[in-house]
Design a protein around this ligand. Structure first.
Ligand code: F6P
Length: 326
């Protein structure tokens, strides 16, 4: 098989800080190897609508440090249909793009996997999501930045919480996974964390909060993952107040502030390494894989494994939250 001459790069799903650094690494590595690169705008929608822009090395200057994605992103509804994917395939063939670097999360990789099964389009996935929920990589691009954003916000909340003897329920992102909640809970010294992976027992939570009060703690933080089975932070606060009305509670939903901002140095380095490796994987005729970082080394994982296997939260970390809240 002749070496690829033209590849495309796109960002898909929820954006994450560091996606720009991954785009830059993809573009520059390809150019370094004499391969043309096309930027595909707005995720898979851009494939369907042939929203293509040729990218040279200067087109990605000064984006390494910027949050968001210069290519924009989307959760494409059309790409979920057979017709949409056929149209995307036709546009790719017309444009001469021979392989794709897809920067995104599990939803994007699921779409890419189906597309590959139907049309045999070579692609390599680069894990970009603040959720850190992909199997096959210790960290996803954007997770470290989001974690630091949450930590900074909760540190500020703790100042005011302590001044008023209040309990704060802080909701963080994570529809299906509690990585951000668990790690930020440890980083901020939360009293408790509520995550989708564990069944929430509100009575037990109230018991913990009452005992914290008895121990003369002047504030408590409860981190709630948005996808917790007990509800979001607003819901949980209501349930707690219904059982024990003596608490002075407040709720903060951090929302999309967690998805923006300058990527941390860790995320920039991760994105640079993975964008670079994705191009080399494509050029060595690999496809249907995700590049990730395992124990400090770049490793490849079959895409169906990356999206289907659960990346379990470490039970020791859950115990750590309990132990450090005494
Ligand atoms: O997948 C990333 C993520 O930020 C999740 O943590 C969150 O549940 C979701 O995206 C929010 O998506 P949207 O921006 O489309 O509302």
């Amino acid at each position: 098989m002749a070496r690829m001459k033209k590849i495309g790069v796109l960002t898909s799903g929820g954006d994450s800080p560091g996606m720009n650094a991954a785009i830059r690494a993809t573009v520059r590595t390809a150019i370094y190897e004499g391969v043309e690169v096309v930027g595909i705008q707005e995720g898979f929608n851009g494939l369907i609508n042939a929203n293509f822009t040729p990218l040279n090395a200067r087109a990605v200057s000064n984006i390494l440090q910027r949050g968001g994605t210069i290519l924009q992103s989307a959760r494409s509804k059309e790409f979920r249909t057979v017709e949409g994917r056929q149209c995307a395939y036709d546009q790719l063939k017309k444009s001469g793009i021979e392989g794709l670097v897809i920067i995104g999360g599990d939803g994007s990789f699921t779409g890419a996997h189906i597309f590959d099964q139907e049309h045999r389009i070579p692609f390599v996935g680069v894990p970009g999501t603040i959720d850190n929920d992909l199997y096959g990589t210790d960290f996803t691009i954007g997770y470290d930045t989001a974690l630091n954003t949450i930590t900074n916000a909760v540190d500020k909340i703790k100042d005011t919480a302590a001044s008023h003897n209040r309990i704060f329920f802080v909701e963080v992102m994570g529809r299906d996974t509690g990585y951000l909640a668990l790690s930020s809970g440890i980083a901020t010294g939360a009293e408790d964390i509520l995550i989708p992976e564990e069944i929430t027992d509100v009575e037990e939570l109230v018991h913990n909060l009452v005992s914290a009060k008895k121990q003369k703690k002047n504030s408590s933080i409860v981190i709630v993952a948005e996808g917790d089975d007990g509800g979001g932070a607003i819901e949980i606060a209501k349930k707690v107040n219904a059982l024990y009305s003596d608490f002075d509670t407040r709720v903060t939903v951090l929302g999309h502030v967690q998805r923006g901002g300058k990527p941390t140095a860790q995320d920039r380095i991760l994105a640079s390494r993975l964008g670079n490796s994705a191009v080399y994987a494509l050029l060595s005729e690999k496809s249907g894989i995700m590049v990730g970082l395992k124990n400090g080394e770049v490793k490849e994982t079959e895409i169906d494994v990356a999206i289907s296997k659960d990346k379990n939260l470490k039970p020791q970390l859950l115990q750590l939250v309990d132990a450090l809240a005494v």
